[in-house]
Design a protein around this ligand. Structure first.
Ligand code: SF4
Ligand code: SF4
Length: 371
């Protein structure tokens, strides 16, 4: 057996249930003191994508983060919490994310430091938050969701938030397809290697996640493990996929950064089989991934996706305009408009739109192929 992953049932975000589930999931791995040296400095990294409320299930639930903090306190860890959400520049925007997601309230209650990722250490060309060097360990606390560009987001993808805001847009701009983007994600994972991943999969998102276009789905699990590749492979399986269907898992395992073969993963706690969904709603772009590459090569011009704005829902908040790495969005007649010639389908606009006003439209041929 290689990597160990624990699955613990957790049916609600009730404080006690979450604490017990998180504690049990870590105990099943051998206990927190077998993973982290007492009195160490630990960076806790939740997924705080945007200024969504806990009940929207877009960000890591504050109760899960609070449970992680309480467990780390048992070994007298010095705890830092932070993220680089998908908003740019101004401190007030990040503050709004910390406030709305409930992270500020958790950190105040627990008297731990909530920091901003505004100073970088550059590692292999990536400007990563300086906190990775100021801390002894990273504890990764992602949310499991679908993702319209990378298919799923959990442990590996959450580490993208260690990159400083402005540079994330550049990486998107340089990644014209999910495979290229996954290479960057795996590079960042290799540079940061969290000591522990504790994933909030109590209520997740299926369909067109990871933002407000996703659909809430009860998974009812806290999943933990030291091997991020093994943990994410469990989520691919829950979605009804093979781990190697997900480009970032495939790349990470081919670079020997973790185990993606389920037979080599030691699963403890719940029975994985009971959580596998054969009707899990995959993101729209999934169809693109599953086409044989030879067919994809010839049919590329015909099999098209297009990111479109639904004018009736657009509130002209400009968030999508600010985040688009390709400057493909502008306001026309007071509604957002996407220039599809510039769009690389990175999904950043869709994940940040608070009003579900951005959708992926499929060409007629694609719709026919799906039938
Ligand atoms: S599409 Fe969404 S994010 Fe863009 S301006 Fe409209 S409401 Fe705001
Ligand atoms: S329009 Fe949206 S999907 Fe297209 S490049 Fe811009 S942010 Fe990405």
């Amino acid at each position: 057996m290689g990597s160990k992953v624990s699955l613990v049932g957790c049916r609600s975000y009730n404080r006690d249930s979450v604490f017990k589930a998180v504690e049990k999931s870590i105990d099943l791995l051998g206990g927190i003191d077998s993973i982290i040296k007492p009195k160490s400095k630990v960076l806790v990294k939740p997924n705080l994508l945007t200024d969504a409320r806990a009940e929207d299930c877009i960000t890591t639930h504050p109760q899960v983060v609070e449970a992680v903090i309480e467990i780390l306190k048992k070994i007298s860890a010095r705890i830092i919490v932070g993220d680089s959400p998908s908003v740019f520049g101004e401190r007030k925007d990040i503050e709004k994310v910390y406030e709305t997601t409930g992270m500020r309230q958790v950190c105040q209650r627990q008297r731990v430091e909530l920091v901003y990722f505004d100073k970088a250490v550059v590692k292999k060309g990536f400007p990563l938050t300086e906190w990775i060097d100021k801390c002894d360990y990273i504890v990764n606390v992602p949310k499991f969701k679908t993702h319209n560009f990378t298919v799923l987001t959990a442990s590996i993808k959450n580490l993208f938030g260690l990159v400083l805001g402005f540079y994330k847009a550049r990486l998107h701009k340089e990644s014209l397809n999910p495979e290229d983007f996954s290479k960057y994600l795996v590079d960042i994972f290799e540079l940061t290697r969290p000591v522990l991943n504790i994933v909030d999969a109590v209520v997740s998102l299926e369909g067109d996640g990871p933002g407000s276009s996703g659909i809430k789905v009860d998974i009812g699990l806290i999943v933990s493990g030291q091997d991020a590749v093994a943990v994410d492979s469990i989520f691919a399986t829950i979605m009804g996929l093979f781990p190697h269907d997900i480009p970032m898992i495939k790349q990470a395992s081919s670079r020997n950064l973790g185990i993606a073969n389920l037979e080599e993963i030691e699963i403890v706690g719940e029975n994985l089989g009971e959580y596998i969904r054969d009707n899990f709603k995959l993101p729209t772009i999934w169809f693109y991934h599953k086409l044989p590459s030879i067919l994809l090569y010839f049919a590329k011009r015909l099999i098209k996706f297009k990111m479109v704005i639904l004018p009736s829902r657009c509130q002209s908040c400009r968030k999508c305009i600010e985040i688009c790495p390709m400057c493909a969005i502008s306001l026309r007649d007071d509604k957002a408009y996407i220039d599809s010639k510039k769009c690389i389908l990175c999904s950043c606009c869709q994940e940040i739109c608070p009003y579900r006003a951005i959708e992926i439209k499929k060409s007629l041929l694609l719709k026919l192929l799906e039938i």
